[in-house]
Write a protein that binds this ligand. Structure first.
Ligand code: GDD
Length: 411
């Protein structure tokens, strides 16, 4: 049997995702109309002999309860949320729940470990097959990125013939390689011994230091919590070049979702993937009574859209949204209970829950996903009055805009 573990992090981790993370845990923010974590979870469906899926995080349990029970029913695979009392790091978190994860231990052969904040096609069965071929303790999904962007990730060097991971450095200051760690792994249960090895090693060192007369000199290191273990720096780096770790390179799409702007880009990537995986989730523009639809668009069944509106590409409209006559939407995420009044235009923007956009108003941005104000974000319950223009701006929850703004953060 195979189990899958998805690391969802916790509230302190989502700060770059503000103001959207003020309302909802980042892993539940909708991309292409589905919670972010839904995409890796539904990719797990393709794993042969999948026994269980675990989400590990330090958000309150109740925040995930509803989603976890509905997805378990839908997939017919048990999905459980395991709450850490505090962050243990990406490897420490996994280790913390080893007994639960390995409940069916004699029959568990492999563990998939996925970061929740990555957007890709999750080629999990292909990784399992590659892993079976070359053996070892684990296989990492890797991708080639531009040399300029590689330093935001774990950079690595792999043997071009055997695919063995030869060298790994996390977010290095000087360029090492344009192959990076995608945050998607498959391991054998030996990973738990490797994590245990690292923490025992640290504990022993700390004990030694405590005995030595240099105690005060080393107090900073000594106080470092030994239960906090990072998968990348503490496990992958030291194990590289030891014939234990291998790589599987994807040629598909891959992005990391740290900011609201990137969530809009990734929403579009998932919408285009729906064409191949779940086309029934996309609206088609051929219904005579429906609005004109361009490209990939998701609309929740409860949303009401005027037939004269024009929508797409890359638009996701959540529950109970109301879209008025003559409205134009391009590249945007419209969240629950939003009202967009007649003839308003929304381009490259995320419109927060219960917000309202007035008649003939424009809410837009340049669409540069890498720049801070390249996507306009309206937090929860923001009111943009009639004929107001909001460009390249971020508006915090519960604000009313009655004058136009440009390149501003409205606190
Ligand atoms: N449960 C739990 N507990 N989850 C955690 C913890 C923790 O203590 N710390 C991090 N995570 C989760 C995050 O929510 C995220 O999904 C994943 O683990 C990795 O987060 P970070 O450790 O903050 O690393 P990163 O996202 O900056 O970079 C990692 O992922 C990149 C790919 O997206 C590294 O592994 C990079 O090398 C890699 O390129």
């Amino acid at each position: 049997k195979v189990v899958a573990v998805i690391m969802v992090g916790g509230p302190t981790k989502g700060t770059r995702f503000r103001p959207l993370s003020l309302n909802i845990p980042k892993p539940l923010f909708p991309l292409a109309g589905q919670p972010m974590v839904h995409h890796p979870i539904s990719a797990c469906k393709r794993i042969p002999n999948l026994g269980q899926i675990f989400l590990i995080g330090f958000y309150e349990e109740r925040e995930f309860a509803l989603y976890v029970s509905s997805i378990s029913n839908e997939l017919k695979v048990p999905v459980r949320y395991l709450r850490e009392d505090k962050p243990h790091g990406s490897a420490g978190g996994l280790y913390n729940f080893r007994d639960l994860i390995m409940e069916d231990s004699p029959v568990i052969s492999h563990i998939f470990l996925l970061n929740c904040d990555v957007c890709c096609s999750f080629p999990l069965p292909e990784m399992l097959e590659a892993h079976r071929k070359h053996g070892g303790m684990g296989t990492l999904l890797v991708i080639k990125v531009s040399a300029e962007s590689a330093n935001q990730f774990g950079e690595l060097v792999a043997d071009p013939v055997t695919n063995e991971l030869l060298h790994y450095t996390e977010k290095p200051e000087t360029f090492v390689s344009d192959r990076i760690n995608c945050g998607v792994y498959i391991f054998t249960p030996d990973i738990f011994n490797a994590i245990e090895g690292v923490s025992t090693q640290w504990k022993d060192r700390a004990d030694l230091r405590r005995l030595s007369s240099f105690e005060s000199l080393h107090s900073a290191t000594r106080n470092a919590p030994t239960h906090f273990v990072r998968l990348d720096q503490d496990i992958l780096s030291p194990l590289a070049g030891k014939k234990q770790l291998y790589t599987y390179e994807t040629l598909d799409f891959w992005e990391q979702i740290k900011t609201p702007g990137m969530s809009l880009k990734c929403s579009g990537l998932y919408l285009s993937q729906f064409r191949f995986t779940t086309p029934h989730l996309l609206v088609s523009g051929d219904g005579t009574k429906s609005a004109s639809i361009i490209g990939d668009v998701y609309v929740h069944p409860s949303a009401k859209i005027h037939p004269s509106a024009k929508i797409g590409p890359n638009v996701s409209i959540s529950a109970n949204a109301r879209i008025g006559a003559g409205v134009r939407l391009i590249s945007c995420i419209i969240l629950d209970n939003v009202e967009i009044k007649d003839n308003a235009v929304v381009i490259h923007a995320i419109v927060g829950w219960k917000s309202s956009i007035g008649r003939w108003s424009r809410v837009q941005a340049s669409g540069n996903y890498n720049s801070k104000l390249g996507t306009t974000i309206l937090g929860e319950a923001v009111t943009v009055e009639d004929e107001v223009v909001v460009i390249n701006s971020v508006v915090l929850p519960h604000k009313t805009l009655n004058v136009s703004v440009r390149e501003e953060i409205i606190l």
